[in-house]
Write a protein that binds this ligand. Structure first.
Ligand code: SF4
Ligand code: SF4
Length: 296
C-alpha cells in the first residue's frame, strides 16, 4: 500500500530531490533555490527535506540512467500520496543530449507519472522556482485542505537569462545546418508538398545556442523567455514550428527551397555580379549558368 499523508497536512510543502544520474548542473541550480534568498523556495511556503516519507513534491534531475533506475523508482514510491512529481532539466524530460545512450533508461515519464516539466540545461533558478510554484499549486488542487502558499514574484535580474529559441521561417533557407549541430536532437525537418517543415522541441533544447551561431541567415535566435515550466499534459506542445515554402526555379520551374544570397556570395567569393539572378535558380540550373558564365 502507498504511504499517505496524515491530516491535517503540514503547513509547509516539503521538497524531496532525487538525482537520476545527472551531471549535477541542475542540482547546483536546485541548491541555489535552497540557499540564495532571492530564489529561495521558502517564499513559496516550501522547504527541502532529506526524508522521502515527509515530502509532498518530488524533484527529479538526470536522464534516469540504467544504473540508478530501480533505486529512483523505490525512492519515488516512498514519498506519500498525493504527491506531485517535477522533472528538472531536459534530461529527465526527454533524455536531452543523452537521449540515445545505451546507459539511459529514461525519459522519466516512461516509468513514473509526471506533473510538471522545467526545461533548460540547466534551468535558471528563477525557472525552477516558477516550476515549483506550479507544482505547489497542483498539490493544493490534489489536496484541497492544504494551506495557500505565496508566489515568488521577484522579477529582478532578468538580463542575460537564457530562454527559448525563436524561428523565423521567412529567413530560413532550409540548409539544415541547425539540425546538424544540435547535440540535443531538438530540431527536426519534414519534407512536404507545401515546403520544408521545421520543428524545434523546447523539451529537448539545451539552450546551447549553437543553432543560432551557425545559422547563415539568423533565422534562429535566442530569446530571454526563460519561463518554460509547464504541466505534463503540455509536454508535446512545447514546440517552435514553421514551414519554409518552396519557390519555382526561374530557369526550369522546379520547386526548390529559397537560396541565401549570403551563401552565394561566399560560394562565388563575391566575384559574380549575378547573385540576384543566381539565387532564383535551382542548383542544377545554377551550375549550368555559372559554367556558361565562366566560358563567356
Ligand atoms: S540551442 Fe539550438 S543547437 Fe542548442 S540544443 Fe537548442 S535547438 Fe539544439
Ligand atoms: S537557415 Fe538557419 S534555421 Fe534554416 S535550416 Fe539553415 S541553419 Fe537552420
Amino acid at each position: 500500500m502507498q504511504p499517505s499523508h496524515k491530516d491535517p497536512p503540514s503547513p509547509i510543502l516539503r521538497l524531496y530531490r532525487i538525482n537520476a544520474g545527472s551531471c549535477n548542473g541542475c542540482d547546483v541550480e536546485l541548491a541555489v533555490t535552497a540557499s540564495v534568498s532571492r530564489f529561495d523556495v521558502g517564499t513559496l511556503g516550501c522547504d527541502y527535506t532529506e526524508d522521502p516519507g515527509d515530502a509532498h513534491i518530488v524533484l527529479i534531475t538526470g536522464p534516469l540512467t540504467v544504473r540508478v533506475r530501480d533505486k529512483v523508482l523505490r525512492s519515488h514510491a516512498e514519498v506519500p500520496e498525493p504527491k506531485v512529481t517535477v522533472l528538472v532539466g531536459v534530461c529527465p524530460i526527454s533524455g536531452g543530449v543523452f537521449r540515445d545512450s545505451y546507459a539511459v533508461s529514461g525519459p522519466v515519464d516512461r516509468y513514473l507519472p509526471v506533473d510538471v516539466n522545467i526545461p533548460g540545461c540547466p534551468p535558471h533558478p528563477r525557472a525552477i522556482v516558477a516550476g515549483i510554484a506550479q507544482a505547489a499549486a497542483l498539490w493544493r488542487e490534489k489536496h484541497a485542505t492544504a494551506p495557500p502558499v505565496q508566489r515568488n514574484e521577484d522579477v529582478a535580474g532578468t538580463a542575460g537569462l537564457r530562454g527559448r529559441m525563436r524561428f523565423n521561417a521567412s529567413a530560413c533557407v532550409g540548409c539544415r545546418m541547425c539540425e546538424h549541430v544540435c547535440a540535443g536532437g531538438a530540431i527536426r525537418f519534414d519534407e512536404g508538398d507545401a515546403g520544408l517543415a521545421f520543428t524545434l522541441w523546447h523539451n529537448s533544447c539545451a539552450l546551447c545556442g549553437l543553432c543560432s551561431h551557425y545559422c547563415p541567415t539568423k533565422a534562429l535566435t535566442a530569446t530571454g523567455e526563460w519561463q518554460m515550466a509547464h504541466r505534463q499534459e503540455d509536454k508535446y506542445r512545447q514546440v517552435e514550428q514553421g514551414v519554409i515554402p518552396l519557390v519555382p526555379c526561374s530557369g526550369c520551374g522546379t520547386a526548390m527551397l529559397p537560396v541565401a544570397a549570403e551563401l552565394l556570395k561566399i560560394g562565388y567569393r563575391g566575384i559574380s555580379r549575378e547573385t540576384d539572378r543566381l539565387k532564383t535558380l535551382c542548383s542544377e540550373c545554377r551550375q549550368k549558368e555559372s559554367i556558361g558564365g565562366l566560358r563567356r
